[in-house]
Ligand binder design. Sequence first.
Ligand SMILES: [Zn+2]
Length: 72
Amino acid sequence: MICVICKTGVCKPGKTHFSAFVKDAFMVVKNVDAMICDNCGEAYYDAPTSDQIQAQVELAYNNTAEVEVMKV
Ligand SMILES: [Zn+2]
């Protein structure tokens, strides 16, 4: 699959770290399966992985962590 961001890179399976601000917290999920662009590094997640990330982030946020580092 060709990367939609840079339009030149090719996305290959790999591991990446997902990070995002959620309200007033910063969340990091380590070692997430993703398709990663070999040119710009953009990561693409499939639907089950996205759901899993969202569930982990919500769980961590509800545990009132300001910074949470999680392992999938
Ligand atoms: Zn790219």
